[in-house]
Ligand binder design. Structure first.
Ligand SMILES: Nc1ncnc2c1ncn2[C@@H]1O[C@H](COP(=O)(O)OP(=O)(O)O)[C@@H](O)[C@H]1O
Ligand SMILES: Cc1ncc(COP(=O)(O)O)c(C=O)c1O
Length: 331
């Protein structure tokens, strides 16, 4: 029996009927409840069942992003949620800051932090709803950390990570954004390295961030490998170090290293400029795949393919940079 595109199969059936009452589906099926049972009838066929038989049988995997809002929708929490959804994961966003590009100032970032108590409140609500003690059918054990933006926020998030019981902590160590000058946020950089990096199980530095975290200069694939190895040694995390468009050559090259496997992930460059949301979407795709049970290496491979497709299908705007599109090719 198909009830409204399988909605009921993914939700508590009792809740479904409570919302919809008796209803007619567009294919001519009529569904109703009586007592603890349900009946659906269409021309020539009839199906019955108990209200509890389909309860949350296939709840989706859950993932949380602790990240900033990027108002134009290309990067930040917006990119993370779109990626989670595309990959079949129920996404939750707890916001740390609001970034609004400034078109009157060369599209530089205007950054407003969210109040620390408000960040803590969001984390409290999320934990109560989906944490280990929540009774939720899918427990939240996978979190992505995006832009934190200040030492105060880093301390708030550090507390949530140490209080919580996350199996996977994917850190996109956002030290600068595209368009920002390197060195803009060095105090945050230091706090991120000291307080969040040791808690990460997977880290996705871009070229600048990999140089900053490793202390090495990265000019080619070999030095990117050396940086990935160094960052693993420092953090213990699986590392996906991104060369992207910042290394010469026809391919966008990233290096994965987890202490055992070293793998170069490559895809032909699409254009020669960086695309907004590529780093966020890559780390979010890793997060979604880990939440669904993939190994870190499998998650990295899937994420690379997802981001490459999203860059090919990029969205242009009045801004001087394109945004990644997570939704597949539009015909
Ligand atoms: N023009 C491009 N063509 C293909 N892949 C790209 C391109 N730019 C970046 N990538 C890939 O997108 C992902 C994000 O990389 P990057 O843009 O360097 O990260 P960040 O957004 O953190 O600076 C990486 O997998 C990188 O190799
Ligand atoms: C809130 C926020 N998070 C993260 C980023 C990093 O985005 P990207 O995926 O383009 O590196 C940005 C960049 O603008 C941002 O504004």
């Amino acid at each position: 029996m198909v009830v409204e595109g399988n909605y009921a199969a993914r939700h508590n059936l009792r809740d479904f009927f409570a919302r919809k009452g008796n209803f007619s589906a567009p294919n001519g099926t009529f569904c109703a409840t009586s007592g603890t049972g349900w009946t659906c009838q269409s021309a020539g066929s009839r199906a019955t069942g108990k209200m509890d038989t389909m309860t949350s049988a296939v709840a989706p995997a859950i993932a949380l992003t602790i990240a900033g809002s990027e108002a134009t929708g290309g990067a930040g929490a917006q990119a993370d949620l779109k990626t989670f959804q595309e990959l079949g994961v129920f996404g939750i966003a707890n916001l740390t800051c609001i970034v609004s590009f400034n078109p009157k100032d060369n599209w530089n970032h205007r950054f407003v932090p969210v109040d620390q108590q408000v960040i803590a409140d969001q984390l409290e609500a999320t934990t109560a709803a989906y944490g280990a003690a929540s009774g939720a059918p899918s427990v939240l054990d996978t979190v992505k950390i995006g832009m934190l933006g200040s030492p105060a926020t880093i301390s708030t998030v550090e507390k949530a990570l140490t209080d919580g019981s996350f199996k996977h902590v994917v850190l996109d160590p956002v030290l600068i954004c595209k368009g920002q000058e390197p060195g803009h946020a060095l105090d945050t950089d230091q706090a991120l390295k000291a307080q969040i990096l040791p808690l990460a199980t997977f880290v996705t530095p871009n070229h600048f961030e990999a140089e900053s975290l490793s202390g090495l200069t990265i000019t080619d694939e070999e030095s990117l490998k050396a940086a990935a190895i160094r960052i693993h040694e420092i953090s213990g995390a699986a590392v996906l170090a991104k060369g992207g468009v910042r290394l010469e050559g026809p391919d966008a090259v990233d290096v994965y290293y987890d202490g055992g496997t070293l793998e170069v992930l490559r895809a032909p460059k699409v254009g020669e400029v960086a695309v907004s949301g590529a780093g966020c979407s890559l780390a979010a795709a890793v997060t979604a795949e880990l939440a669904k049970g993939a190994t870190p290496l499998e998650a990295a491979r899937t994420a690379k393919a997802f981001v490459t497709a999203g860059i090919k299908n990029r969205v242009s705007s009045g801004a001087p940079f394109d945004a990644l599109w997570q939704g597949g090719a539009l015909s």
